[in-house]
Structure formats: structure tokens, C-alpha cells
Design a protein around this ligand. Structure first.
Ligand code: SF4
Length: 308
């Protein structure tokens, strides 16, 4: 079977920075204990499990904001993740006397700065993002003039009486979703200005999927179900006309499907460990429909320290 490894794929600079920082913190005896990460350091369960091994606890609960999660930390050090936090979270952590380590990605800092600038100039800001994503939480906390738009249904209930409207987005959204939503929003608010904030890592990974060969039978996106950018890669592939599946590891590959494929592609989200993706690629390259010894997709990566 032909296997196309799409590039770029995998770790982005923001994830690399966050992981390196946490590694250093975990091994530094002078850092105040306990150490908690507010939310998942990156959206990948394997990395979170590895951190746990290092004694760094992750506080994450679906539907619970970072501001509320902070109530569960009363001492030691708190780490802010690559997705960033609102000023309210920062102030609350300081008021609690916690030591703060901030791994917010520079692209997220830039995006938050853009929203603040437009709010200061009197604009209402439309923010295209997942409602329960930490970036949306931070954006929403900037004020009542920030409106989160996840899908077309969110447009109709809006009632904005402002001639100055700016449209921006979460850094990991699909460029193609943004295009469609912005076209729909422009019909209601023709004067809105669009500020491009999808990060370069997300753009280039999506572009590689968007321009993959159309005759590819299937695209495997290696990533965590919580990872927005991984989910978006699946959508982009389907828009390209190439069926796609999100898999957490090689074990999620439905082996009988491979009998019907001649050409597959592989990509991975920005928070997917390289070892996990490499194992998928190796398995697919070795797969031979007529040789059952190549059909076992048991992962050997799961017990490996992914930070090494
Ligand atoms: S996906 Fe983009 S915004 Fe998010 S951490 Fe990576 S580089 Fe930063």
C-alpha cells in the first residue's frame, strides 16, 4: 500500500515550548509543590498521563472553566497552558498566592491582544471558536462585546447595534469554516472587518491536507479527540473528498478496511507526540493484505515516556 506522510504535521512551536517548560519545572527541586496544570497542557491524553508520572497533576473537567478549576488549587505552583488564560484567571491565581508558570503560545497572546485592541477602539468582536475551548473562554472574559460563534445557528440570535464590528477566530480553527461563517456574517453585518488569526502551524497543516492527492483512499489523522486542530484536519480532508478518521494511536485503525485501500495518507495534530504518529506510518507501510503477520496493530508506544 502506498502511504503518503503529509508535511508539515505534528508538534507546533507552541506545544514544544509548553512541554519543554513543564519538563523543566517538574525536575526543578526549587519549584513550589504541588504543581498543577490548569487544563490539559496540550490536548493529548498520553502527554497528560506522562506528566502525572512526573508528579505534575492536571486539572481538567469538561464544561468547567479554568476560573472555576482554580478553586481546587490552594498552594504551590500553577501552570497555564499553551491555550492561554483570561486576566481574571491570572488575577485570581495571584490573589491566592500561587506561583505562576505561563506557557501561553505567542500566537494566542497575539490573538488576545488583537481582540483587546479592537474592544478599546469601541468595536464589537465576533470570535469564531469552539464554545467550550479555553481560547474562547479567555476571549469571552474580555467583555460583553465579544460574541462567540461556533456555527451558523449562532448568528441569528445576535443583535449587535454597532457600526464597528471586527471578526476574528480561535487560532486552531479551520480556515475553510472561517471563510463560510464570515461570508454568512457579512450578509448580516456588511461592514465587519476580518482579522486573520489562525496560527501559521494550523494553516500549513490544513493546507497540506487540503492539497493532498484526491485519489487517496483514506486519510488517518493522528490526534486526541479533545484536540480542536486535529478534528479540523479530519474535516478539511473530507472537504477535499478524501474520507478521514481521527485515531489516537495505531490501535484505532480498523484493519479490515486496509484490505480495500491502495493509497492512504497520514497527518497529525499539533499536540500529537511524534512517536505515536511514526508508529502509525510504520504499521501502514509494512501492512501487506496477504501477510497476516503484518496485521497486528498493538501499540508499543503507550508505555514509553513520550517526553524522551
Ligand atoms: S496550534 Fe498554533 S496557537 Fe496553538 S499552540 Fe500551536 S502554534 Fe500556538
Amino acid at each position: 500500500m502506498q502511504v503518503i506522510s503529509l508535511t508539515p504535521r505534528g508538534y507546533c512551536h507552541g506545544v514544544v515550548y509548553a512541554i519543554k517548560t513543564v519538563k523543566k519545572i517538574a525536575r526543578n527541586p526549587h519549584v513550589k509543590k504541588p504543581i498543577h496544570v490548569l487544563g490539559m497542557i496540550v490536548h493529548n491524553k498520553k502527554i497528560v498521563a506522562d506528566l502525572d508520572e512526573l508528579g505534575v497533576k492536571t486539572l481538567h473537567e469538561k464544561g468547567v472553566s479554568r476560573l472555576a478549576l482554580l478553586d481546587r488549587i490552594n498552594e504551590g505552583t500553577v501552570i497555564f497552558t499553551a491555550h492561554g488564560v483570561s486576566d481574571q484567571v491570572r488575577e485570581k491565581a495571584e490573589a491566592k498566592g500561587l506561583d505562576i508558570i505561563d506557557t501561553t503560545c505567542r500566537d494566542v497572546i497575539k490573538s488576545q491582544g488583537t481582540i483587546k485592541t479592537y474592544l478599546d477602539q469601541g468595536y464589537d468582536v465576533l470570535f469564531i471558536g469552539k464554545k467550550d475551548h479555553p481560547e474562547s473562554e479567555s476571549a469571552r472574559a474580555l467583555g460583553r462585546r465579544v460574541h462567540i460563534i461556533e456555527k451558523k445557528d449562532d448568528i441569528e440570535p445576535l443583535s449587535i447595534n454597532n457600526d464597528h464590528i471586527a471578526l476574528t477566530s480561535q487560532t486552531t480553527m479551520s480556515m475553510f469554516d472561517i471563510f463560510h461563517l464570515s461570508e454568512a456574517l457579512k450578509k448580516v453585518y456588511p461592514s465587519l472587518i476580518l482579522i486573520e488569526e489562525v496560527c501559521n502551524a494550523t494553516k500549513t497543516r490544513q493546507l497540506a491536507v487540503k492539497t493532498q492527492d484526491k485519489d487517496t483512499d483514506h486519510c488517518y489523522v493522528v490526534g486526541d479527540p479533545n484536540s480542536n486542530n486535529s478534528n479540523k484536519l479530519v474535516e478539511v480532508s473530507i472537504q477535499r473528498g478524501v474520507p478521514a478518521t481521527l485515531i489516537e494511536s495505531v490501535e484505532d485503525i480498523h484493519v479490515p478496511d486496509l484490505m480495500t485501500f491502495e493509497k492512504v495518507s497520514v497527518t497529525s495534530g499539533a499536540s500529537t507526540p511524534t512517536k505515536v504518529t511514526s508508529e502509525v506510518i510504520t504499521f501502514l507501510k509494512n501492512f501487506d493484505g496477504e501477510n497476516p503477520s503484518t496485521h497486528s496493530n498493538t501499540s508499543t508506544v503507550k508505555d514509553t515516556n513520550l517526553f524522551k
